[in-house]
Design a protein around this ligand. Sequence first.
Ligand code: NDP
Length: 332
Amino acid sequence: NRMIVLASRPIGMPTKENFRMEYSSIPEISDGQVLIKSIYLSVDPYMRGRMSGIKTYIDPFEVDKPLVGGVVGKIVDSKNPSFKVGEFVEGRLPWADYSISSGKNIRKIDPKLAPISTALGVAGMPGLTAYFGMVDIGKPKAGETVVVSGAAGAVGSVAGQIAKLKGCRVVGISGSQEKIDFLINELGFDAAINYKSNNLFSALKEACPNGVDVYFDNVGGEVSDLMMKLMNFHSRIVLCGQISQYNNTEIEYGPRFQGKLVTHSILMQGFIVSNYVKRFNEGYEQLGKWIQEGKIKYRETITDGLENAPDAFIGLFKGENIGKQLVRVVKE
Ligand code: NDP
């Protein structure tokens, strides 16, 4: 049994030296437990925060202990009457070939409804994040202009499509021409802008001739500083993530834009998807319906091999993924 442990806490951009592969025998299960064979690992930006050793809404990872994240796997042994061998499950589990669960931290997934990998992306935690952030905080109304940063990623791609379904003009901000083409041609965004191009502000202004009513922010930093200038009266800013800041050793303090929140009655609200745990079923049902009806499309970037999980993780901060970044541990 192979597992990836945190070898040291990253300072700045994570490197491969922050991770290490360790080996153990396949764990034995006792009464009430199941043995899970990992198939897909979810690679998520929030894991960077857990590597830093600071407690936030979630405990930090421990050095020399396996990393833990979203995993889709198959039950290969069971001493728990609720789970049968051959069933697929999703849960927060170690980055390892095999893991044990009491059944409490896993949910069954139905491979007939959607590919099992989607339980980590569009039909899983990132999809729920987009759904609750957009619907509950952004509250987009038909005809409004909605801007999404980190738009071609797991959360952003779903958030933008939900705003399209609500009848909005949707503008994406992303980091490459390939992603811009994906947003416009495949996901039906009205416009998309590469934040690495020159004259970002004039491009944003041109794409949002009526200003911005909802800004769904995944990235923070300079992109979001510019967005402040375009926010309309009574607009909403959904703070979902600030990935541009995750590798900073010191927190940057931004310009003093709060005055605009006052004069324009702007709501700016952060959230964590787990705030909505009591409504997860509503989110799963709505997302499942939209996916089955073809109203929400998705892309996955799949890296093969548990040994390549650190590279896939580091790649998030270089924008290497389109849609959900996954690691395939074994072929199904
Ligand atoms: P993504 O699939 O969006 O992957 C990360 C993307 O971020 C990269 O592909 C890259 O795209 C972009 N990026 C990386 N570095 C920078 C930078 N310096 N400036 C701007 N963009 C950058 O990840 P997720 O969809 O999983 O997560 C998106 C955001 O949502 C993250 O901030 C994450 O922390 C947050 N999140 C929040 C949750 C919550 O409960 N609040 C739950 C889940 C995620 P590009 O090529 O465009 O640069």
